[in-house]
Design a protein around this ligand. Structure first.
Ligand code: 5AD
Ligand code: SF4
Length: 454
């Protein structure tokens, strides 16, 4: 990046369109940071943008299909008036870029640049070369050149920061494409993480979320094998007001980390712990390496360490070979745990994964019916969890005006539940954004709480 002449980017506008997980969102912040550092201007819509960058996801087929539609529609959108370019530049990055590489240039003639998950840093020079000579370029690499965190960043919210501590995944769950497109797990040096966290605290950031496909296995590839519990403690000690982490694999969640929920006051009482399924035979076929009994025991220990902790999870319905009895086991798990939120997914076959070779003959309607039935348990869990918050006074980190009503401000409780608060007459949403204030919870719905400033 250092030998780029940033003059190429002056007067250019860009828009980054992001799909998928938090890691992708974070990568998008790096892309925005790099392009802004070179003088380009970030804009909110593709219509106004000279350069459109798609940060893609291929974890399920639906995301794949949607992306192709959106990319194709680019050719029908006119370039903005006053653009210095003759044609809008379109770049595809993220997991589909990594998976399909140069094939995308063949399939989509109006795409100019394809890059992958491991070479974000090359994007500016690739764009510059295309600007120079009108060529089209694809470049993906197997191993990451640098931890993306070393790149500039423009955060979505000034008060919250995602901080990647690992990239990649070594778990190879049989349904999952991630290890093939994000590569092997790599941990970021301990000191770099702490230094970045200290920088955020000094800059007034209120909440840090440590990120990784499986944060619990942090440090296994580093000298001295620092553990995830150590980095959690060290980041907590920077004095950050709110600390969270995602995602955790149940097989690697240690008692030491569980104990932190009871002993580290700024570690928020919320944990996303993907169960994926409630039946041991399916968990085995998924190569998840734990039993549902072990999972339930983890939740008991978490609740002992931190009563009132908010549990959320991911569940896959319709994995190949799932019987009604297997599904019932998932249903019971969701009912028994009482999650505040469950992300439910219908199994989506991904070519190249081991599960793609399994016989998959459960009729679509049967799977859809299970999925619909599960929603009932999911909604009941969320409703009951939220009812228990009614009447409490909770500190809320405010994010901005509600999308539905500009006189309502929305934020998050420590348990990560959305809290809506009507703005007092004399107050603007901007005045509260990024700050933490106490809210008396008057009303609890399935997906949000409502209250007034205390
Ligand atoms: N089909 C359906 N859901 C999947 N997930 C990952 N791969 C697949 C797939 N092939 C889900 C898992 C994971 C979440 C991010 O996406 O539940 O935790
Ligand atoms: Fe995919 Fe499993 Fe890795 Fe999560 S832990 S990213 S589900 S392979």
């Amino acid at each position: 990046m250092s030998n780029l002449s940033s003059a190429a980017f002056w007067n250019l506008t860009f828009h980054v369109q992001t799909f998928g997980c938090q890691m992708n969102k974070h990568d998008s912040e790096r892309v925005t940071g790099m392009l802004e550092a070179l003088g380009a201007l970030s804009v909110d819509s593709v219509e106004e943008a000279d350069i459109v960058v798609f940060m893609t996801c291929c974890v399920r087929e639906a995301a794949d299909v949607r992306l192709m539609g959106q990319v194709s529609s680019m050719k029908n959108i006119a370039l903005r008036a006053g653009s210095p370019l003759r044609k809008r530049m379109v770049a595809i990055g993220g997991c589909i870029g990594q998976r399909d590489g140069g094939k995308l240039l063949d399939e989509l003639p109006h795409v100019d640049v394809v890059f992958g998950t491991n070479n974000l840093a090359s994007l500016p020079s690739m764009l510059e070369s295309v600007l120079d000579d009108g060529s089209r370029l694809s470049e993906t690499v197997e191993e990451s050149e640098a931890f993306p965190t070393e790149l500039p960043t423009t955060r979505e919210h000034s008060w919250a920061a995602w901080l990647p501590i690992t990239i990649g995944c070594n778990n190879f769950c049989t349904y999952c494409i991630v290890p093939y497109v994000r590569g092997r797990e790599k941990s970021r040096p301990f000191e770099d993480i702490v230094r970045e966290a200290e920088g955020y605290v000094a800059a007034g950031v209120k909440e840090i979320t440590l990120l990784g496909q499986n944060v619990n296995s942090y440090g296994r590839d580093l000298y001295g094998n620092p553990r995830f519990a150590d980095i959690l403690q060290a980041v907590a000690e920077t004095g950050i007001e709110r600390l969270r982490f995602a995602t955790s694999h149940p097989k690697d969640l240690t008692d030491e980390v569980i104990a932190k929920f009871g002993s580290v006051p700024n570690l928020m009482p919320a944990l996303h712990l993907p169960a994926q399924h409630g039946s041991n035979s399916i968990l085995k076929a998924m190569h998840r390496s734990y039993t549902v009994e072990h999972y339930r025991e983890l939740v008991s220990k978490l609740r002992e360490a931190c009563p009132g902790i908010s549990m959320s999870t991911d569940i896959i319905v319709g994995f190949p070979g799932e019987t009604e009895e297997d599904f019932q086991a998932t249903y019971r798990l969701v009912e028994d745990i009482g999650y505040s939120q469950v992300f439910t997914f219908i199994y989506s076959k991904r070519e190249g994964t081991p599960a793609a070779k399994l016989v998959d003959d459960t009729p679509r309607e049967v799977i859809q019916d299970r999925f619909d039935r599960l929603r009932v348990a999911v909604e009941k869990g969320a409703y009951d969890f939220n009812q228990a918050q009614a009447g409490k006074t909770v500190p809320v980190l405010f994010e901005g005006a509600s999308k539905k009503d500009e006189r309502t401000i929305t934020g998050r409780s420590p348990e990560n539940i959305t809290v809506n608060v009507p703005l007092p007459d004399e107050m603007s949403a901007e005045a509260l954004m990024g700050s933490i204030a106490n809210v008396e919870i008057a009303e609890a719905k399935t997906w949000y709480l409502r209250g007034t400033l205390a």
